[in-house]
Design a protein around this ligand. Sequence first.
Ligand code: NAD
Length: 468
Amino acid sequence: MSQLSFFEQVNRMFDRAASYLDHPKGLIEQIRMVNSVYRMEFPLRRDDGSVETIEAYRAEHSHHKLPTKGGIRYADYVNEDEVMALAALMTYKCAIVDVPFGGAKGGIKVNSRDYSTAELERITRRYTFELAKKNFIGPGIDVPAPDYGSGPREMAWIMDTYNQIAPDPLNAIACVTGKPVGQGGVRGRKEATGRGVYFAVREACTFEDDMAKLGLTPGLPGKTVAVQGLGNVGYHAAKFIEEGGGKLVGLSEIEGSIYNADGLDLESVMAFRKETGSIVGYPGSTHLGDARAVLECACDVLVPAALEGQITRENAARIQAKLIAEGANGPVDADGDDILREKGVLILPDIYANAGGVTVSYFEWLRNLQHVRFGRMSKRSEQATQERIVQAVERATGTPFDADTRRELIHGADEVDLVNSGLEDTMIAAYHEIRDVAKQYNVDLRTAAFIDAINKVAVAYGQMGIWP
Ligand code: NAD
């Protein structure tokens, strides 16, 4: 493992990109540093009556756009450096997909599995209260979302707590995203990060010249794929990649890695894990070893979707995948990145590949502020227009469409269709953007993504008159 901390690793990648640009040194420093960090300790009364101190953080990396945005991680290894690194990645990510937020991240130093639901609720509500008291949460200030160890349930607790004390009750619901659909959430948010990873991989595979350099044919169908971590991001990435024609050959969870060159059926593996508590022993699969073993398996595409620091100087040379899509934040450290670049591996960097979550969080936030479901006002009118077009085509051709095709053509877009199409469009456009930058500067995609992000944040500072 590198001696550098996670935040230093991110900054090493940032600095490499900055070296291609001629922005003033002070501006580069302003973009790179973390604007504010709130570190808190508060008491938790446990169910057995004992009292424990909980350590937690919220880092706001960049206020060049407000609100700031970023998930809250629940894990026992959470620390200030990690939260700062993740907040910085959020700033660059938002810039790349043109989501008008600054970056932030929260962390609560608990392993969710060690606490009851009631205890987690007390922790989450107290954390929210602490944030509110210090002005670290609000629809126009800082808007949390789920991350490792948290999901819609935690977001609903946050919203409810904030609602009780909100200075602006009308928009209070927009204080957090990733909420349950019945509580102001938007359909498609839960799957969004994984779906975005799929769009990223699919798009990267369309370029014949890029694929040829990797010794691969274009197109996702038939490509062998391995995924580390089957949580929110990993499970959904695997699911959409499988639906898109990719062949899942390697999967890993905390308990270990499994492999089958003929393919693994995701739903069936998940059902097996639910029943037995482990993916290891899944019929027909080979047990590769611990949770990291999957990273080195024979495959075309690798999706690390668990944690940071998984591919390092120690194992990078043994990675067999030609294309890596970073579902997790920081899964490849700076040394690992150097080795993989040298090997000619195509890396879709975290600040692009997992940006689907924040993109759909942006849609959820907009929907909350608008107080109306996307498509509600226009759906019938669009259907009527489509109906007239279909009738005109039928009259002109003299052939009626069959009932299914007719229904499909006329059916107006539901909210989830709009969300998914907005996500797809965003991921495709951003891929083309960073690929163009990579060509322009003759650099890898990660450096290109950082260059793109730095330039956009620099422009925002310029427009604020901070830099001439
Ligand atoms: P999650 O808690 O839903 O799932 C993580 C999964 O990884 C769990 O099932 C856990 O058991 C498993 N895991 C833990 N350590 C592992 C290991 N060493 N090997 C294999 N599996 C392991 O978390 P998530 O939301 O899916 O987040 C995963 C990563 O994706 C994190 O780096 C997070 O920052 C990043 N991310 C999440 C989102 C989001 O919308 N949730 C968005 C962008 C990035």
